[in-house]
Design a protein around this ligand. Structure first.
Ligand SMILES: Cc1cc2nc3c(=O)[nH]c(=O)nc-3n(C[C@H](O)[C@H](O)[C@H](O)COP(=O)(O)OP(=O)(O)OC[C@H]3O[C@@H](n4cnc5c(N)ncnc54)[C@H](O)[C@@H]3O)c2cc1C
Length: 369
């Protein structure tokens, strides 16, 4: 059988695009792992923040908001977003960073200045002597990433699409208008390839004979620790520490913390460095009142960026019927609904589906201009 579209990668990017495509075309998703959420999609901080990333990313986030607020009937059983709020705190030396964050405020997505006392009320584990200024963004929400991802995967199958796991694409050949994609056990055929391979997108591009987009996977570390006794986790916002880039947020009855690291690396099943974990635990005990008695889980994930930190979505200009859906950086979950609709619109020949952002700003061609 020749599929209309073969999507390489079953993370949130590939799953969401395949879901949108499957409404109108035959779609096959190939995923290297036995679980499609094994890489970046299953390792995120699960936040939806409208005022995050550069202007293009913020427009895409805005375009995703309606899907999160009201997903299609039957897509998921519980809401995709839970209000969280985000506090950004600055010490005396980093106070000058706050005006830039306040400047991102938009009507309905307000970022407001609050007093250090109000910040301590919201996050009582902060050290009063380390807080010289604070801003608060009420509209930040937790994303049910598993619910979103499963909704897309289930929807692909309901729409007649096929998902093959434990099937890494090893070779791509374009022959007489048909792509042949070889895995260890089979060869699959499709008219168009959608490259949604996350950190591996440049490797898939190379297999297809395309020029790379200069994708750099960046390692980010996370740990899970016990919350301080008596902390009301439901009412606790995510807290960003502007001086270091670290953040702390509630996560399933505990706290997640990250140093906000962005260490360039290669596409791989990335693991956290012991030194990063030890330094993070020390930082938490120095900069907050949280005792780190036990680290119940630690991990690292990849956030993959190109030079301008905007995603790469569009047909390759030189390799026929080869479409990039890559470089989602640190925003791939929150951008997924809008990027998937945009990608499907282009792939199905419907244009950008009324997207309110310039598709040139995300096209692969911009990187070679
Ligand atoms: C610590 C951390 C915090 C983050 N926090 C947030 C956040 O709060 N909000 C947010 O929106 N985003 C966040 N992100 C970013 C987000 O996780 C990513 O942008 C997103 O998951 C990228 O999804 P993806 O589908 O492109 O990549 P992936 O989930 O990595 O999926 C790519 C898939 O391609 C598969 N693949 C690779 N090569 C092949 C091949 N040859 N054949 C078949 N399959 C292949 C891989 O196995 C993988 O499953 C965070 C990331 C990290 C690491």
């Amino acid at each position: 059988m020749i599929h209309d579209f073969l999507v390489i990668g079953g993370g949130i990017s590939g799953a969401s695009a395949a879901y949108e495509l499957a409404a109108a075309a035959s779609v096959l998703v190939l995923e290297a792992e036995s679980s499609p959420g094994y890489h970046s999609t299953g390792r995120s901080a699960a936040l939806f923040t409208r005022n995050y990333g550069g202007p293009v990313v913020r427009k895409i986030n805005a375009a995703s908001a309606p899907f999160f607020a009201s997903p299609p009937d039957g897509f998921c059983e519980t809401p995709l977003l839970t209000p969280r709020g985000a506090l950004t705190v600055a010490d005396a030396e980093s106070l000058d960073h706050l005006p830039a964050i306040l400047a991102l405020s938009e009507p309905g997505e307000d970022v407001i200045e609050i007093t250090p006392e109000a910040a301590l009320d919201l996050a009582p584990y902060l050290r009063p002597d380390r807080i010289a200024g604070a801003v608060f963004e009420a509209n930040v929400a937790d994303i049910d990433v598993a619910g979103l991802h499963q909704g897309y995967l289930k929807g692909i199958r309901q729409r007649g699409g096929t998902i093959v796991t434990a099937a890494a694409a090893l070779g791509l050949v374009h022959n007489a208008g048909v792509w042949e994609v070889r895995t260890r056990e089979q060869t699959f055929r499709a008219r168009t390839i959608v490259n949604a391979a996350g950190a591996w997108a440049d490797e898939i591009g190379t297999l297809a004979g395309a020029q790379g987009i200069g994708l750099v996977p960046m390692r980010r570390t996370g740990i899970i620790i016990d919350a301080p006794d008596g902390l009301d986790l439901a009412a606790s916002p995510a807290v960003d520490f502007v001086a270091s880039g670290a953040y702390i947020k509630p996560d399933a009855g505990k706290l997640m913390a990250s140093p906000g690291d962005a260490t360039p690396t290669i596409a791989q099943d990335v693991r956290p460095e012991e030194l990063d974990i030890a330094q993070l635990a020390h930082w938490i005990e120095t900069e907050t009142l949280i005792p780190v008695r036990r680290i119940s889980h630690s991990w690292a994930g990849l956030r993959s960026f190109v030079a301008d930190e905007a995603p790469v979505v569009g047909f390759d200009s030189r390799v026929p019927d080869f479409f990039w859906l890559a470089a989602q950086g640190g925003y791939g979950i929150m951008m997924a609904p809008a990027l998937a609709r945009l990608a499907a619109g282009i792939l199905l020949g419907r244009g950008g589906d009324g997207a309110d952002f310039d598709s040139d700003a995300i096209s692969p061609g911009r990187l070679r201009a």
